[in-house]
Design a protein around this ligand. Structure first.
Ligand SMILES: [Zn+2]
Length: 67
C-alpha cells in the first residue's frame, strides 16, 4: 500500500476503489470514503485514534467511556 496515495482513514481504500472526500485537519489533508463519512459525523469518538487531539466536547451524543 502506498502512503502517498489518498486513502480512507477508516478502511484505507483508495480513490482507485471508492470516491474519497477530502478533509482538512491540523495542517494535514485526510480522506474519507462516503461509507465512512457518517462515522465522522455521528460517531467521531470512534475516530479519535485516527484524529489525535480532536475536540469531541461539542458532540452532544459523545460517550465517554472509562478505559
Ligand atoms: Zn472508508
Amino acid at each position: 500500500m502506498t502512503s502517498d496515495q489518498p486513502n480512507c482513514i477508516v478502511c484505507n481504500r483508495t480513490s482507485e476503489q471508492v470516491p474519497l472526500l477530502q478533509l482538512r485537519y491540523q495542517k494535514s489533508d485526510l480522506w474519507v470514503c462516503p461509507q465512512h463519512l457518517p462515522i465522522l459525523i455521528h460517531k467521531p469518538h470512534e475516530l479519535a485514534d485516527k484524529l489525535p487531539g480532536m475536540d469531541l466536547a461539542g458532540q452532544p451524543d459523545a460517550h465517554h467511556h472509562d478505559l
